[in-house]
Design a protein around this ligand. Structure first.
Ligand SMILES: [Fe+2]
Ligand SMILES: [Fe+2]
Length: 316
């Protein structure tokens, strides 16, 4: 499913008049399948070699993706009517749903493998399911899409860190089994980074709702990742040696996911005139489309059926 699209005519046009042109303009959102021969997940106990602490961080991140991305899809689908008269955004929503469904599916495969290695994946999956179900029920009806738009800001900046910084990739995702999958996911996060935000605006979510969504995502989802990470490290403290801790500190300095760079990028979201396309990532997208051409291939429609939605009272 590939469509070359121009910017949304209504909301984006208004924004351009208000804030000038934007550095990101890529509008096609193809759904790809990760080739399984590139993702056998032949992993050692510590997915970041010699570093149990960062290994737990990556495992927790992966653990929250399946239920989290099902929530993103449900939130976007809830406002399908709001984009019905915008053919460009409507098409982007299809691409968004297809991509997130594939991410969800692939992270489940990886998570099964991680669970087999001893990571506590089921616990995180269960908890995040309860959390996103709760968020879905909080009024106003635009809050879940606002939380999704904020979460997409988080994933977009993580994706930019992964794709733009070789040191981050080699330090945290250097294993052959994981790197292509992470790069594929990161590329698609950048390709669809505007969709949830534009749906939120189309559904009538203004600045107050946007900030409320950011507060919910940060205080519930991001905080849960931090708490669960700390818990997992504490539970494995008897396995963590002094050398492991030294490796963690060295790795911390070599990566951008957890860094002042990320913190600055995160807070840009709170600017009143912010839009995801304000960050120039088109060159990065073009570069990684070429680099991943052999790893992830465009999908057929039958392969892109969305993953099951979160359980909600509202049909999605
Ligand atoms: Fe995703
Ligand atoms: Fe996403």
């Amino acid at each position: 499913m590939t469509a070359t699209l121009s910017p949304p005519p209504t909301t984006a046009g208004r924004r351009r008049r208000r804030r000038g042109s934007r550095p990101s303009a890529i509008r096609d959102i193809p759904v790809r399948r990760l080739r399984h021969d590139q993702a056998d997940y032949d992993l050692d106990r510590w997915v970041v070699p010699g570093d149990p602490i960062f290994s737990h961080f990556l495992a927790i991140l992966s653990a929250v993706f399946p239920k989290g991305e099902e929530f993103f899809v449900a939130s976007v689908r809830r406002h399908r009517d709001a984009v019905a008269d915008n053919p460009v955004l409507k098409e982007q929503v299809k691409g968004f749903i297809g991509q997130e469904a594939m991410h969800s599916r692939e992270h489940r495969r990886l998570n099964e493998r991680l669970a087999g290695l001893g990571y506590r994946m089921a616990r995180a999956d269960r908890t995040i399911g309860v959390l996103v179900d709760s968020i879905y029920k909080i009024p106003p009806s635009t809050l879940p899409i606002a939380a999704t738009a904020a979460a997409e800001h988080y994933t977009g900046l993580l994706a930019e860190a992964v794709l733009s910084d070789e040191s981050t990739r080699t330090t945290l995702f250097g294993t052959e089994a994981v790197e292509p999958m992470i790069a594929w996911h990161a590329l698609e996060e950048l390709e669809h980074k505007n969709v949830a935000f534009d749906v939120m605006e189309a559904a009538g979510g203004g600045y107050v709702v946007r900030v409320a969504g950011f507060a919910v995502t940060t205080s519930v989802l991001a905080s849960y990742v931090a708490i669960e990470w700390g818990r997992a490290v504490w539970e494995d403290r008897h396995l963590i040696t002094r050398e492991n801790r030294r490796t963690f500190h060295r790795n911390l300095m070599r990566q951008k996911l957890l860094s002042p760079w990320s913190a600055r990028k995160l807070l840009i979201y709170l600017r009143p005139g912010f839009h995801p396309d304000d960050t120039a990532t088109d060159e990065l997208v073009q570069e990684w489309r070429l680099r991943l051409a052999e790893v992830a291939t465009a999908n057929t429609k039958a392969d892109t059926e969305p993953a099951p939605a979160v359980s909600t009272d509202t049909p999605v």
